[in-house]
Design a protein around this ligand. Structure first.
Ligand code: NAD
Ligand code: UGA
Length: 430
């Protein structure tokens, strides 16, 4: 059985390599020539631990190939995974143009029965539309099944999550199609749930929104902790011991970002609106996340007596550690807001600037110590291990004002205070 994976981003590359590892022959398709060139040379066009090694192994074994020729991929593969992006439009609606384009090509070049698998995150009802888009482009009638197999991997952990998913969801309208996709994952021991198509689509959004909800909830509680001198981490530990709640995704901080939570929550809200149902919880989840950045900046202004003319250094610009992804990263919002308020900004990230050239109203440091020099405040916004574990004491004398604002509650505040820093987190006032 040959597999095509269309869209070589975080999800597509991981999916393609996962199926290589599970002993299938895979062809990866993309429209981006420079991405394809890098992949063919064994270089990962993005930062994701563990994937480059696997890529090189399968290139050597000739079990993976990359092409822009979608016609050939469709004609030679029985199963076609769609992993293209589904970004938000300005009005919050999901932009399905890449999905529609790929579905059209599949129909146009179809030469036999195919199973099209939706791995991209798509609003309820889209997989049914994909089947229509395929059929309306066919030159002659071929049968086609569309299956929805949403992806739950986290960036920075993509390979591990693909190999050890908590569950595999397979939505289909025909049991035979669902069974064929389930069979692909035989050697992965995770529980597998077969559902209707629409159910699978909705499971994906409901899961992401629930995770974002947990974070916004603990961030709101963090504000109350600040007012009462309570440690929000202890509160999270205490409630997390209840198995019905769980400790995961209760780390308070600057808030959630990334390529998925913001767009998926916006898209889920649109799904409600389209059916004239008013969502109450989702707008609150969004609101807490938006005001969290303001909450930190107001705190900083109070502590520094205003930020105008102050030297503020941001540590970490990725939306979370172990990725070079800066889509909807809280650090980007912080930098913009502090710049508007007249602060002088420096920024250091151990990975992002090696992969991306960014236009920022901040000086980009090439070494972490440059960020400390003459700084009035270090603002930690991505909890990279290298920051958590570094020797903070050696950099203290470089600062103008030895102040740390920990936007991720990731550092040991007690130890930092002992060596002379003024340390502030959220809900961490001791
Ligand atoms: P991405 O932006 O990293 O990659 C998408 C790729 O699709 C790009 O390389 C682009 O060039 C390619 N593409 C666009 N149109 C194409 C076409 N017509 N033919 C071939 N290739 C085309 O996207 P991503 O982050 O991998 O996300 C993909 C989907 O998976 C989205 O729906 C997202 O919501 C979902 N998802 C993402 C993650 C994640 O962690 N990034 C996790 C779970 C689900
Ligand atoms: C998230 C989900 O965890 C994945 O299951 C899902 O597949 C993916 O979205 C997707 O659909 O794209 P990801 O965005 O890669 O994965 O990263 P997360 O680890 O979920 O973190 C998201 C954001 O929440 C980050 O900004 C992170 O810093 C923040 N976060 C996370 C917190 O602020 N507190 C926490 O306790 C956990």
């Amino acid at each position: 059985m040959n597999i095509a994976v269309i869209g070589m981003g975080y999800v597509g590359i991981t999916t393609a390599l996962l199926f290589c590892k599970l002993k299938y022959k895979v062809v990866g398709v993309d429209t981006n020539a420079s991405k394809l060139e890098q992949l063919q040379k064994g270089r990962l066009p993005l930062y994701e631990p563990g994937l480059e090694e696997l890529l090189n192994r399968h290139l050597t074994q000739h079990t993976i190939a990359f092409t822009s020729d979608i016609e050939q991929a469709v004609k030679t593969c029985d199963i076609i995974f769609i992993t293209v992006g589904t970004p938000s439009k300005a009005d919050g609606f999901t932009d399905l143009r890449y999905i529609k384009e790929v579905a059209g090509s599949i129909g146009r070049y179809q030469n036999a029965y195919k199973i099209v698998v939706m791995k991209s995150t798509v609003p309820v009802g889209t997989s049914e539309k994909v089947r229509e888009w395929v059929i309306e482009n066919q030159s002659q009638p071929f049968s086609v099944d569309v299956v929805c197999n949403p992806e739950f991997l986290r960036e920075g952990m993509a390979l591990y999550d693909a190999l050890h998913p908590d569950r595999i969801i397979i939505g289909a309208e025909r049991a035979e199609a669902a069974e064929k996709i389930k069979y692909l994952y035989t050697s992965i021991a995770s529980p597998k749930l077969i559902t209707r198509l629409r159910t699978a689509e909705l499971i994906k959004y409901t899961a992401n929104a629930f995770l974002a909800l947990k974070i916004s909830y603990i961030n709101e509680i963090g504000r109350l902790c600040d007012a009462h001198g309570v440690d929000v981490g202890d509160v999270a530990d205490g409630i997390g011991m209840d198995q019905r709640i769980g400790r995961a995704f209760l780390n308070a901080g600057i808030g959630w970002g990334g390529s998925c939570f913001p767009k998926d929550i916006a898209s889920l809200m649109h799904m409600f609106e389209q059916k004239n149902i008013k969502p109450d919880i989702l707008p609150a989840v969004q609101r807490v996340n938006e005001t969290q950045v303001t909450y930190y900046i107001q705190r900083l202004e109070k502590l520094l007596g205003g930020v105008q003319g102050k030297n503020i250094s941001v540590l970490g610009i990725a939306f979370k550690p172990n990725t070079d992804d800066i889509r909807e990263a809280p650090a980007m919002k912080v930098i913009q807001k502090l710049h508007q308020k007249g602060a002088y900004l420096k920024v250091y990230d151990p990975v992002v600037f090696k992969h991306r050239q960014l236009q920022l109203p901040a000086m980009v440091c090439t070494k972490v110590e440059e960020a400390f020099e003459e700084s009035d405040c270090i603002f930690l916004l991505t909890e990279w291990d290298s920051f958590v574990q570094m020797n903070w004491e050696q950099y203290l004398p470089l600062m103008k004002t030895p102040m740390i604002m920990d936007g991720r509650n990731a550092l040991d505040g007690h130890a930092l205070r002992q060596i002379g820093y003024m340390y502030y987190g959220i809900g961490k006032n001791e």
